[in-house]
Design a protein around this ligand. Sequence first.
Ligand code: SF4
Ligand code: SF4
Length: 423
Amino acid sequence: MDAIDTRGKAVIFYGAGHEAQFEISKYRKIGVEPVCLCDKDTEKWGRSFWGVECIPLEAAVKKYPDFAMVITPRFPLRFRIMEELLNSKTVTKDQLLNYEPYIKMKSCLSLHSILDANAAKVFAICCGQIESSRRPQIPFDGNLVENIQKIEQYRQEILENLNSPNPKDNFCACDNCRWATVDYWPVDTRIRTLKYDFGGRCQFNCTYCFSPARHNMVEPEWSKQARLPELTACLKQIDALHPEAVIEYAAGEICVAPNQEEIYGVLEHYDSVIITNAGQYSPGLAELIAMGRVRAMLVSLDAGTAETFQIVKGGAGNFNQVKANLAKYIALGALVDLKYIFVKGVNDKIEDVEGFVALAKELGVNRISISKDHRNGVVSEEAHIFSLMKYMISCAHKNGIAAILASGFFTDDEIKLLNSVSL
Ligand code: SF4
Ligand code: SF4
């Protein structure tokens, strides 16, 4: 992000939700310190988040009459808030540091901003909320430039059709998708989240991994034709990548990628989320963390004891080494989300849940994330696993650790039930 001249104004950050953490750290990097946070949620008033006090908006504008503002939630909520504040004349466009042109139209977050280079050997513009065979996507046939042009062209065609007064019937799955809504979306439809999971090799062998080709350090041949440096170069060539795009790297294990220096060279220019098994310490990754380029690291540990860890990881990996590596990354400032994928008969013991939460506390992770076994969408119907999930949330809360449910794997009812877990 480029430097911003706030001309001595007090900068108020609006929205004290999860996204605020990223926005605050992004602006701090360029020397902008929030004077306060504002939020509609009265429960947050008087509390501090990431070192910033949250107060009502009315009080903030009174206290800091010469203010500028950053709206922290991601779009479309970001633009809904902007619209409300602009209409009520609480702010002017000039005061909004992250203002950009937006428009009311039908779209969804994926359609508007995501490209998923997926391990299924496809380029998808759908976040995966719908069944994979119906997603708007095109197969990768080895011709990277052509495929990228095609998928970006497809994105524009879908948007046009969704917003046409006479849309074509059966154009694609977006037609009647519940995620496509009329809302405020940016005029700029360049990619803001590039999910990169195109093959890649891995030294682990997790029981739940659905991409066995990665195991034992095997990188699929096809994925070598579209590694991250080539893909980003291609996207830049057609100006499809937003300069503030976030790259989510999940292709096998980054720390054993043969071209990791090149990958780190790309990631120096973007914020990233790194999905890693932390089985190997990488000085290149450590450097990116120290530069403040890594927004978060997602690590599936799935165990609370060294014995269970060995089983989950298919005999690979060293629990204590992973712990030591994570401690080093966290000491450099990494925000780690520690994940637990419940696998029936493998890591469903009380001591694993307790050991996992104790480890999360010892390391000082950002939060823990709970998931079902990816290959088995009905696992939570196992009462035993479901009650362990509840127990994990309760243990996390008791230890002051935030616990979230991995998105896309739980039904609305399950989310309601798990989120209502008390101490
Ligand atoms: S199918 Fe639905 S979720 Fe997927 S891109 Fe289209 S509107 Fe979005
Ligand atoms: S660490 Fe990830 S890529 Fe490697 S085997 Fe496990 S799930 Fe698969």
